[in-house]
Structures are given as structure tokens and as C-alpha cells.
Write a protein that binds this ligand. Structure first.
Ligand SMILES: [Zn+2]
Length: 274
């Protein structure tokens, strides 16, 4: 947590000094600007790209991790809990199944979901089977220029990016006593400058190489077929907040097949990511 706060402080100074398009710059402390301006002009400075317009937009932009680095037959199940008016439920059928089969999973939880489900959140967080990670505060795409994904307006500048990450980071840390290491945005879209900001805050941005349920819209057959396309080190994206969907049925069909093929299931933090 200390590292996160330190990183945020450094980043905040850089934001004040480095964003030429920001109107806030006019009100900056000139002394601070003088001290740091030479660092920002150095191409070797780790945050030098904060001065740049982003060039990439998508789910797999530079810096996003999509797989675990291993040749072993290991797969990470990752479930998003998105929150909001249509996303604040819990698919208990999946939780019950994972518990009965003792299958570990990584849960990316949005701040809105936590605030709507305080008791259940703590139950999940206190279960060693589940690793809790950060799925954003307002569940929006991460952009420094206000890009959209699926019609959802993204963050509009670097300071909004930090707040989208850190508000939920604080919420999770206060409740669980441990800080998430991984971040996945709402919609899973980013520009590469936003990814670098998340990294500066001390978190890895983690997406997936297998789309398991297409936003919980797949039929059980489609979920099963998608999950069975894994390879060693795959990260599967699924949803745990849509109990009316066919996701639980698809998961229950796919897991036995994956096990029969020799796969076992791990938390995201058990292997380096790539
Ligand atoms: Zn989500």
C-alpha cells in the first residue's frame, strides 16, 4: 500500500507537470514544474509516454497481460463482478460448484458490486479459494482521451484513470486488509498510456486469452466450447454476476473435460504473466 501511495504521489506530480493539454496546468506551482521538467524530457524516464497521445485502443494493447507464462497444464479462471443496475447480483450456482470441486478462481470485483454486496463480498474475500482483484470503480474503459467501448464513455484524462483504479483499490484494501495486485477495467478496454499509469500505481493490467462467456451472453454449449479452447497458461474471462445466464451450466460442462485433459486450475498470482 505504501508503494501505491508513493507511486500515486509521483504520478500526481507528473500529471501536474506533464499534461500539456490540461487546463489545470495554468494553475501549477511553477517551482514544482521547474524541478521535474528535465526528467519528463528524458526518453528514458519511465513515465515519459504520459506526454504522448495514445496510439492504441483495445483489449490487448501494449502492457496488458493476457496469459500466464508456463508450459504446464495450468489455467486461471477469472470471473468479473461488474456491479451497477444490471450487474450487482451473484451467480451462486458457480460459487457453490467451485467450492464443492475445490477449484480456485480469481475474482475481479467492481467497487459498485462491493458496496451493494458488503456481506457476501467479505465471505468471498475470506475464502482462500478466491483471490480478490480490482475491476474498477465506475466500471468504465481506461482512456486518457475519453474513448468509448460498447457505448460506455471512458475516463477522459490521466487523473480520472488514477481515480478509477484507486477508489476501488482503497475500498478493497480497507475491507480485506490486502491490496489487489491486478486490475481489469470495465469493458476490458484501454489505451497504452492508461495501462502505463496503472503500472505506475503498482498494479498489473490483466485481461485474457479466452473469452469464456461473451459478457454472459453465450449459451451453455458456447461457454463449454470456448473454455475447451484453452492452452497451457490460459486466462479465461467469465462473469459471476449474471445468475440468469447459462454461464454456470457451461462451466460445469467444461471443467470435467479440462480435468480429463490434464488441466488444473490456479490463481493468477501463481505464475508470471505475459
Ligand atoms: Zn465488468
Amino acid at each position: 500500500m505504501k508503494l501505491v501511495i508513493q507511486s500515486f504521489t509521483v504520478l500526481f506530480v507528473l500529471l501536474l507537470t506533464g499534461c500539456s493539454t490540461s487546463t489545470k496546468e495554468d494553475h501549477n506551482d511553477l517551482h514544482t514544474k521547474t524541478i521535474y521538467s528535465h526528467e519528463l524530457s528524458s526518453p528514458s524516464h519511465p513515465f515519459s509516454s504520459l506526454n504522448d497521445e495514445p496510439k492504441e485502443w483495445g483489449e490487448h494493447v501494449t502492457g496488458v497481460k493476457n496469459r500466464m507464462k508456463t508450459d504446464e497444464l495450468k489455467v486461471a479462471l477469472t470471473f468479473d463482478l461488474c456491479g451497477g443496475p444490471f450487474g450487482n447480483q451473484l451467480d451462486e450456482a458457480i460459487v457453490d460448484y467451485l467450492r464443492s470441486e475445490q477449484i480456485p478462481a480469481t475474482l475481479f470485483v467492481n467497487e459498485r458490486w462491493i458496496l451493494d454486496n458488503e456481506t457476501v463480498f467479505l465471505e468471498l474475500a475470506n475464502d482462500d479459494l478466491f483471490e480478490i482483484e480490482n475491476h474498477g470503480s465506475e466500471h468504465v474503459p481506461l482512456s486518457v482521451t475519453g474513448q468509448e467501448a460498447y457505448g460506455i464513455q471512458g475516463t477522459t484524462h490521466a487523473l480520472e484513470v488514477t481515480e478509477e483504479v484507486l477508489s476501488n483499490q482503497r475500498t478493497i484494501t480497507e475491507r480485506t486488509g490486502s491490496s489487489p495486485s491486478f486490475f481489469r477495467s470495465g469493458t476490458a478496454y484501454y489505451d497504452e498510456v492508461s495501462v502505463e499509469i496503472v503500472q505506475a500505481l503498482g498494479l498489473e493490467v490483466v485481461n485474457f486469452d479466452v473469452i469464456g462467456d461473451a459478457g454472459a451472453t453465450y449459451s451453455a454449449d458456447q461457454v463449454q466450447q470456448a473454455m475447451e479452447r484453452v492452452s497451457p497458461g490460459s486466462i479465461i474471462l467469465l462473469h459471476l454476476n449474471q445468475p440468469e445466464s447459462d454461464v454456470s451450466e457451461g462451466v460445469k460442462r467444461a471443467i470435467p473435460t479440462l480435468r480429463a485433459n490434464g488441466y488444473t486450475f490456479v490463481h493468477l498470482n501463481e505464475f508470471p504473466l505475459e
